[in-house]
Design a protein around this ligand. Structure first.
Ligand SMILES: [Zn+2]
Length: 287
């Protein structure tokens, strides 16, 4: 006869209790490191294991750069037309508007950065590969115009596969339009900082992306005009290691610096303070 009996409680399998929903996990595209999405997000979507800078959306860049509560989006109402009657362009646009947000491939905003008023544009690769059509060009031109009127520095974050072929020559024209606006800013000595993210290619790299008074890039970003295959075919030579990465371009004098995403705001702030600072001469009383 037993003196006592211990009742057995059914035990939940440990795995089940710790279960995290499958969609909460994310995997680094570069090294395969898997982590909870929260951890990636807290790390600004830079892989905690290998430092790979994952692609983020335009709104993320605006929030990253601008001081809390100062972001005011501008020119939200501009939409692309289909000037050439390009096959399936209206459908593709409609789909992009439904899945990638109701702006085009760029968000523009006014706000302050480290207490300084600025105008910031951020391209969105999720919207038709960040392609530069009339809307992107027009929003940049209007943002630049605001900078001219108020003497606010301009910051543009680029992420683009190039010009939007569905708008043909009208999209190529945006390269010249943006460049003309930037030359007016330069004439009035209003600073423009260009930030290149992965990827910055095609017409955007041949226009405003490379015209910054200071040109910054995120680590590992692919930057170039044509793709490596096209260049290899054209020049008939093998391309060097790391060709078209931010680090390679920095080594060859095409960029001013490569900046980790967590240091982006501070670096841009320092540059703008330096560039907008009153010349030392005005601070000196002449004898
Ligand atoms: Zn990684």
């Amino acid at each position: 006869m037993a003196w006592f009996r211990k009742e057995k409680k059914p035990r939940l399998p440990r795995r089940e209790r710790l279960e995290i929903p499958a969609d909460a996990w994310e995997k680094c595209e570069a090294c395969g490191h898997t982590d909870i999405r929260e951890k990636f997000v807290r790390n600004l979507n830079v892989c905690p294991a290998c430092d790979y800078h994952r692609r983020i959306r335009a709104i993320d860049y605006l929030q990253l750069l601008l001081d809390d509560g100062t972001l005011e989006e501008t020119d939200v109402e501009i939409r692309s037309a289909d000037p050439l009657g390009f096959p399936e362009y209206p459908q593709r646009l409609k789909k992009a508007l439904a899945t990638a947000g109701d702006a085009d491939a760029i968000l523009t905003a006014s706000g302050s950065l480290g207490g300084m008023p600025v105008n910031v544009g951020a391209m969105d690769f999720a919207f038709m590969g960040g392609s530069m059509g009339s809307v992107v060009g027009e929003k940049i031109a209007r943002l630049g115009q605001r900078s001219l009127e108020r003497k606010y520095p301009l910051v543009i974050v680029s992420a683009s596969g190039g010009a939007r072929m569905q708008e043909g020559v009208l999209s190529l024209m945006q390269m010249a339009k943006a460049s003309a606006m930037l030359s007016m800013l330069a004439e009035r000595r209003i600073p423009y900082v260009s930030i290149l993210t992965n990827p910055t290619t095609g017409g955007v790299s041949a226009s405003y992306a490379m015209l910054g008074d200071a040109i910054l890039a995120e680590p590992g970003a692919v930057i170039g005009f044509a793709g490596p295959r096209v260049i290899k075919q054209t020049i008939g030579q093998d391309l060097p290691e790391g060709f078209q990465t931010a680090e390679f371009l920095l080594d060859h004098g095409m960029l001013d610096t490569v900046v980790h995403r967590r240091d982006l705001k501070r670096t841009v702030g320092q540059l703008l303070r330096h560039m907008t600072g009153k010349p030392a001469a005005t601070g000196w009383a002449s004898p």
